[in-house]
Design a protein around this ligand. Structure first.
Ligand code: FAD
Length: 309
């Protein structure tokens, strides 16, 4: 039985594990893939105090930092269920049948970007196809880009990118934008944003090295059209990795994120959460790490208040 079991080995999970281990309590990390989204990230330029790094390099540093402490890292295991036992401890089961018990749990299973699933998207990922305007926007300075999706995140991305890039085209599948009116007004007031509705993106085009444009179907006329862009920001949603919690004891938001308070507490006593999997509003490495530290300190507070048997 661990004192703290961290589920997830991304920035949030790694920070949680280090903070817990530094309290001298028994700490385990259960992760499907250590490093999380960092393993899919090329350049990182906003990890404060490090001017420039790469995802896999930062992930290796995180793992080395965690391994510097007495932490039991269990990689390659996917959690499939979480439940409270009669003695108040928490059991996390993994696919394949095994289970791990702990007096407290920190959930840090992150999220994944919803993909368009069109030809070219995977091939040009990191070569013009991007998902994070805060991260990759500056790479397209002075160029033309497209944003896929006209919800709040799409229009926010367009406004953000319009200040950096030369021109932004927003493509929305529906006949109207779903973003808040105030964002739409702001976007329409900027001189370099075009909005195309009823547009279904069908292909990412490239020259073999980098993105050169995209093709979409005009859903009104059925016509196939192409535009030339250097970058495509896909903003059609972020999916939290909470499938294993559905219908369970931990409350989720309507979008499936784990609901937490300012201390990282979930609705279930002894269970805390951090990072992209939670209702925390922004999904960034420094934010995930900070919330991991918060959840871990809260777990420690919880443990020292438990009665001694
Ligand atoms: P994640 O990194 O998603 O880690 C989740 C962990 O949980 C992983 O170890 C995963 O294997 C594990 N897991 C998931 N489900 C289960 C399960 N059922 N059982 C066990 N383990 C599970 N942010 C920046 O600040 N700067 C950037 O430049 C930047 N660029 C990015 C580029 C890309 C392409 C992407 C995808 C993201 C980028 N981000 C960037 C965002 C940043 O990577 C995330 O905000 C951050 O990784 C979130 O950390 P996390 O620990 O909450 O989750």
């Amino acid at each position: 039985v661990f004192d703290v079991l961290v589920v997830g080995g991304g920035p949030a999970g790694a920070a949680s594990a280090i903070y817990a281990a530094r309290k001298g309590i028994s700490t385990g990390v259960l992760a499907e893939r250590f490093g999380g989204q960092l393993m899919d990230t090329v350049g990182i330029e906003n990890f404060i105090s490090v001017k420039e790094t790469e995802g896999p390099k930062l992930a290796a540093n995180l793992e080395a930092h965690v391994q510097d402490y007495d932490v039991d890292v269990m990689s390659g295991f996917r959690a499939s269920e979480l439940k409270t036992l009669e003695d108040g401890s928490i059991e996390v089961s993994v696919e394949g049948g095994a289970s791990v018990r702990s007096r407290s749990v920190i959930l840090a299973t992150g999220a994944r970007w919803r993909e368009m699933n069109v030809p070219g998207e995977q091939e040009y990922r990191g070569k013009g196809v991007a998902y994070c305007p805060h991260c990759d926007g500056p790479l397209f300075k002075g160029k033309s880009v497209a944003v896929i999706g006209g919800g709040n995140s799409g229009i926010e991305a367009a406004i953000d990118l319009a200040g950096i890039t030369q021109h932004v085209t927003v493509l929305e599948f529906d006949s109207q934008l779903r973003a808040d009116e105030v964002l739409q007004r702001k976007a329409r007031s900027m001189g370099n944003i075009d909005i195309i509705t009823d547009a279904q993106t069908t292909e990412v085009n490239g020259d073999g090295q980098r993105v050169s444009g995209l093709t979409y179907t005009d859903r009104n006329s059925g016509e196939s059209k192409s535009i030339a862009v250097a970058g495509i920001f896909v903003q059609i949603g972020l999916v939290p990795n909470t499938e294993f919690l559905k219908g369970g004891e931990v409350a989720l938001s309507p979008r499936g994120e784990i609901e937490i308070d300012a201390r990282g507490e979930t609705s279930l006593p002894g269970v805390f959460a951090a990072g992209d999997v939670t209702t925390v509003p922004y999904n960034q490495i420094v934010i995930a790490m900070g919330s991991g530290a918060t959840a871990s300190l809260s777990a420690f507070d919880y443990l020292i208040r438990q009665s001694v048997e």
